[in-house]
Write a protein that binds this ligand. Structure first.
Ligand code: SAH
Ligand code: SF4
Length: 431
C-alpha cells in the first residue's frame, strides 16, 4: 500500500482540508504515513496569510529536495493558499523542478487523480483552475481528533479587507446547504464528538439561500446528545444581536466568541475596509457580556498597518484594555502582493512594528493573567481532551484551558479552579 504524508500550514480551515484530503486518498487506496521518511507521496498544504508562512514552506521544501534525491519515485505535491497565486506557482515550478504537482485551494479532491497521472508517467501538473463548486467537493474527512471536530459551513470570502490575501486565493463566499451540515454534525455527535467547531472566513454571513447563520445555529443546537458548538470566525460587521442572544439562551452553544478587532483606531479600521467602528464593536461586546457575564472573548489584532501612528496604536491598546480578552492573537502587518494595502503610502518601519507588538503582548499577558486569577473558586464544565504528564487537560465552554487532577479523555466533567498561572487555570474535579 502506498502512503501519503500531509504537512499542513496555517489555520484550522487548512487543518481540516488536510483531514479531508487524507480521506480522499484513502478512498483511492492510499494510506496515511506516520512520517515524511515513510511516505511515497508528500503533500504541502500551504498558507500565505503572512510572509512568515510562505518562508516556512520554502525552507521545508529544501529538505524534501534532498529526500527526493535519495528516493526518486517520491511524489511531491504543493497545494493550498500559497500555490493558488499564479506568480508563486510559476516560481515554485521554475525553482523546484522536483515538485510533481502544483495546485491551489479549489482542486483538493482531484489530487489523488493527479497523483495517478504522475504515476502513469506525466512529469508535472499545474492546475490552478478556479472551481467554486464546493458543495460537491469532498465532505468526508479522516479526523485526527474525533472528540473535538471541525465542520466547514462555508468557503471563500467577499470582504476584501485591504491587508488580506484570503479572498484572492479562496474565491467568493459560498455556503454549504444547512441540511448537509446538519447531517454531518448529527453523525459526528452520534460517533461521539463533544465539541464541533463550525468553520468559515466570516461565519456570520452564512446563507445557503434558505437559512442564515441564526437559523443554522438554531438547528445545530437542538440535536439530542451532550455536546457544544463553537464557531470561527465572526466578523464584527455581521455578528447580529440575535446571534448573541441565541448563544446566551442555548446551553449547547458554547459561551465563546472570537471577534477579530484588528485595530482600535477608527481611521485605521476604515483604511482596512473593515466596515465597523470601535463604538459599534464595543456595543456588541457589551451586549454579549450583559447576557453572559462569563463569556470567553478572543480577538485578532494587526499592528503596523500602513500609516498607523503611535496614537492609533494606543487606541488599539485602550480597546484591548477595555474589552479584556482572555486570548489575543497578535500579528505584525505583513505586506501581501496584490492587496490594496501593499501599495499604500506610509508603510511602517519593521522596528516600530516589533516594538508595538511587544508592548501589546505585554499588555495582554497582564490582562489574561488577571482574568484567569479571577476564575479561582469557580466551577466549570470542562471537556477533557488530553493529558499533560500525570495531569489531565481540557477546555471550558468559554474556551479556557484548564489542567486538573483526574478525568477521562472525551468526557465532560466539573472542575473547580484552585489556582492559575498566566492565562492557564488549574483545578480539581468536583464529585
Ligand atoms: N476570516 C478570518 C481570518 C482571516 S486570517 C477573519 O476575518 O478574521 C486570520 C488573521 O490573520 C486575521 O484576522 C488578521 O488578523 C491576520 N492577517 C490577515 N492578513 C494579514 C496580513 N497581511 N498581515 C498581518 N496579519 C494578517
Ligand atoms: Fe481576510 Fe477580511 Fe475575509 Fe477575514 S474577512 S478572510 S480578514 S478579507
Amino acid at each position: 500500500m502506498k502512503l501519503v504524508y500531509i504537512k499542513t500550514y496555517g489555520c484550522q480551515m487548512n487543518v481540516h482540508e488536510s483531514e479531508k484530503l487524507y480521506a480522499a486518498f484513502e478512498l483511492n487506496g492510499i494510506g496515511q504515513a506516520d512520517s515524511v521518511e515513510n511516505a511515497d507521496i508528500i503533500v504541502f498544504n500551504t498558507c500565505c496569510v503572512r510572509e512568515g508562512a510562505e518562508t516556512r514552506v520554502i525552507g521545508n521544501l529544501g529538505i524534501i529536495k534532498k529526500l527526493k534525491e535519495k528516493k526518486r519515485n517520491l511524489i511531491v505535491v504543493v497545494c493550498g493558499c500559497m500555490s493558488q497565486q499564479p506568480a508563486i506557482a510559476e516560481k515554485l515550478h521554475k525553482r523546484c523542478s522536483f515538485i510533481n504537482i502544483i495546485t491551489g485551494t479549489y482542486k483538493l479532491s482531484s489530487i489523488p487523480d493527479m497523483v495517478k497521472r504522475v504515476q502513469a508517467g506525466e512529469k508535472f501538473i499545474i492546475d490552478l483552475e478556479n472551481d467554486e463548486t464546493i458543495a460537491g467537493g469532498i465532505n468526508i474527512a479522516k479526523r485526527s481528533d474525533k472528540i473535538s471536530t471541525f465542520v466547514n459551513i462555508m468557503y471563500g470570502c467577499n470582504n476584501f479587507c485591504t491587508y488580506c490575501i484570503v479572498p484572492y486565493v479562496k474565491g467568493r463566499e459560498r455556503s454549504r446547504k444547512a441540511s448537509d451540515i446538519y447531517d454531518e454534525v448529527k453523525l459526528l455527535i452520534n460517533e461521539g464528538a463533544k465539541e464541533i467547531t463550525l468553520l468559515g472566513q466570516n461565519v456570520n454571513s452564512y446563507n445557503d439561500g434558505e437559512n442564515n447563520f441564526l437559523k443554522l445555529l438554531d438547528m445545530l443546537s437542538d440535536i439530542d446528545g451532550d455536546y457544544w458548538i463553537k464557531f470561527m470566525t465572526s466578523h464584527p460587521k455581521d455578528l447580529s444581536d440575535d446571534v448573541i442572544r441565541l448563544i446566551a439562551e442555548r446551553p449547547k452553544l458554547a459561551k465563546y466568541i472570537h471577534l477579530p478587532l484588528q485595530s482600535g483606531s477608527d481611521r485605521i479600521l476604515a483604511l482596512m475596509n473593515r466596515k465597523y467602528d470601535i463604538a459599534s464593536y464595543l456595543r456588541k461586546i457589551d451586549l454579549a457580556r450583559s447576557l453572559m457575564p462569563t463569556v470567553g472573548l478572543s480577538s485578532d489584532i494587526i499592528v503596523g498597518f500602513p500609516t498607523e501612528t503611535e496614537e492609533d496604536y494606543l487606541q488599539t491598546e485602550n480597546a484591548v484594555k477595555r474589552v479584556r480578552y482572555n486570548n489575543l492573537f497578535t500579528f505584525i502587518y505583513s505586506k501581501r502582493t496584490g492587496t490594496p494595502a501593499a501599495t499604500m503610502d506610509g508603510q511602517i518601519d519593521e522596528e516600530i512594528k516589533k516594538e508595538r507588538i511587544t508592548r501589546l503582548i505585554e499588555v495582554q499577558a497582564e490582562i489574561a493573567s488577571k482574568n484567569a486569577s479571577e476564575c479561582i473558586g469557580n466551577t466549570y464544565r470542562v471537556l477533557c481532551d488530553g493529558k499533560e504528564g500525570d495531569k489531565y487537560t481540557g477546555k471550558t465552554s468559554e474556551d479556557r484551558v484548564i489542567v486538573f487532577d483526574n478525568g477521562t479523555i472525551g468526557k465532560f466533567i466539573d472542575v473547580k479552579v484552585t489556582s492559575s498561572k498566566n492565562s492557564k487555570l488549574y483545578g480539581k474535579v468536583v464529585d
